[in-house]
Design a protein. Structure first.
Lengths: 237, 287
């Protein structure tokens, strides 16, 4: 079986600063992979290369045998922070309907359906600025569902959400992956979550420290290499 | 004098304004400029680029001064110059490490400096220049009116056709890119449209004050709107009300049109903000 995502010898630098060095990995269709690493390790930069927003300085990325720019219509991206002018009165329904102008047209009632799937049916007419962090992430995931995209890329989807909310968000991602065979690439800091949901883990600190099954690659040595001294892994008995 | 006579005098006084062709030109130009600036202002404020209107208006002094010096049509030269400025601001913002306000500040002051330099070569008093700086409804010619109407109809038609795409690119550029839109095209359109809208409104409000019309209707409408669609409609209507009220006040009280229009807008903004404060405190009390 050919890999769905192929990243080969990827380097990315900006302003003479090397942000990613020699990254290579494959992802197969329908897998959930997690990217972990300390702050400034290049996780978001890697995601932006994957969606074609950044162009690799060296090496290449192919998704379904296409460059990310050519494949971008099949990618849904949930950023870590979605910044917008909070005084702008845009409703959840208007926000969800923005993409109607592109080729991925959808019926307005589909918005209600996907909001219902993520448990946010009551938010449809609410102002986007009035949503809590958890509600906002649900809306972002609902928007990704709306167009039934092949690849879902999420940058710390549970940032600012409490433990219960975090669990719900990841359960939702797993459900989407299971039911639609959507490939998911998730950046996360939560090692427990990563171990539970991801099939493979990519450990990053500018260069690739490890890539493989969570139970094999998440250990004391890789954590110390990524995060530095003083990091240890505790197992509950 | 009986009541009927007083009534007739008052009506005549009110209708006097419509006897003058310059007032008709100002009113029609005002309505089109207001529609343009009101609707585009919503996108400008949402993108946090309100300062761009100011930058383009001030920088256009270079184009206007050059046209006056060479005896060319100032409005036409200013429009061409503004398109160039808009593209330059866009390139500086996107392709350099400069922030939007830094890029605009450089072009703003550069254009003003160039304009003052050109004017230093002009011998004698230049009344037309004063009308560009502070606005003067008496100077709006038939050619100006034709330009305002044509430009407004083109920009408003494009804005209606591409409304959703421009909104998508404004509100969520990454999402718009992933949906397949060529975001830079809509960005450039918006930059150029704002620049042209500012220029065609300069004779009405003046270089110094024109950007207020880009910001005030949108700022007031945000207080009352619950959706973006309502916001853009309300801002456009409010912009027309502000311009027409300002024009009437300027005529009857013999005030400069630019000042009157902007001060009416600011008065509306203060009243709207007070309404919001009172409504919020009443709601808190009731809860």
């Amino acid at each position: 079986m050919n890999p769905y995502i192929e990243v080969k010898n990827l380097d990315y630098s900006y302003n003479n600063f090397l942000a990613l060095k020699n990254i290579s990995f494959d992802v197969f269709k329908g897998e959930i992979i997690a990217i972990i690493g300390p702050n400034g390790s290049g996780k978001t930069t890697l995601l932006k290369n994957l969606i074609g927003l950044y162009v690799p300085t060296k090496g290449e990325i192919k998704i379904s045998n296409l460059k990310p720019f050519a494949y971008r219509k099949n990618i849904a991206y949930v950023p870590q922070h979605f910044s917008f002018d909070s005084s702008t009165p845009i409703t959840v329904k208007e926000f969800m309907g923005l993409e109607r102008c592109s080729q991925h047209s959808h019926k307005p009632n589909n918005i209600s359906r996907v909001l219902n799937i993520v448990g946010a049916s009551k938010l449809e007419s609410k102002a986007l600025a009035a949503l809590s962090g958890g509600q906002f992430q649900r809306v972002m995931i609902a928007r990704a569902l709306l167009h039934e995209k092949e690849l879902l890329i999420l940058d710390e989807p549970a940032t600012g959400i409490d433990m219960a909310g975090e669990q719900t968000i990841y359960d939702l991602i797993e459900k989407i992956n299971r039911e639609r065979n959507t490939t998911c690439v998730i950046v996360s800091h939560e090692l427990n979550i990563v171990s539970k949901y991801a099939k493979k883990v990519l450990c990053l600190n500018k260069n690739m420290i490890c890539y493989g099954k969570p139970e094999k690659v998440i250990n004391k040595d890789t954590l110390q290499e990524m995060y530095g001294l003083g990091v240890a892994l505790y197992h509950s008995h | 004098m009986d009541l009927e006579s007083l009534y007739i005098i008052a009506i005549n006084f009110m209708l006097e304004i419509f006897q003058y062709s310059f007032m008709w030109r100002a009113i029609i130009a005002g309505i089109f400029s207001a529609l343009l600036l009101g609707s585009l202002g919503v996108f400008a404020t949402t993108r946090k680029m309100s300062f761009m209107g100011d930058g383009v208006a001030h920088a256009s002094l270079a184009g206007i001064a050059l046209a006056i010096l060479l005896g060319w049509a100032p409005m036409f030269v200013a429009i061409i110059f503004a398109i160039f400025i808009a593209i330059l601001i866009y390139i500086l913002e996107k392709k350099s490490n400069l922030s939007a306000d830094m890029a605009i500040s450089i072009i703003f002051t550069g254009g003003m400096a160039l304009g003052i330099l050109f004017l230093s070569y002009y011998q004698g008093y230049q009344p037309e220049l004063i009308s560009y700086l502070f606005g003067n409804i008496l100077t709006i010619s038939n050619e100006d009116l034709f330009t305002v109407i044509t430009v407004s109809l083109i920009i408003l038609t494009l804005l209606i056709i591409f409304y959703r795409r421009i909104l998508f690119s404004t509100f969520d550029p990454v999402g718009a890119y992933l949906s397949g839109l060529r975001v830079f095209l809509y960005d450039i359109f918006l930059y150029i449209a704002i620049a042209i809208a500012v220029i065609v409104s300069i004779k009405l409000v003046g270089i110094v004050l024109v950007s207020a019309l880009l910001v005030l209707p949108s700022a007031i409408s945000k207080i009352f709107s619950k959706s973006f669609k309502k916001l853009i409609i309300l801002a456009s209507i409010l912009s027309i009300i502000i311009v027409l009220s300002g024009l009437l006040i300027s005529y009857y009280l013999n005030l400069p049109s630019g000042s009157a229009i902007v001060l009416v807008g600011i008065l509306f903004f203060i009243l709207a903000s007070l309404f919001k404060v009172i409504k919020t405190s009443l709601n808190r009390k009731n809860n």
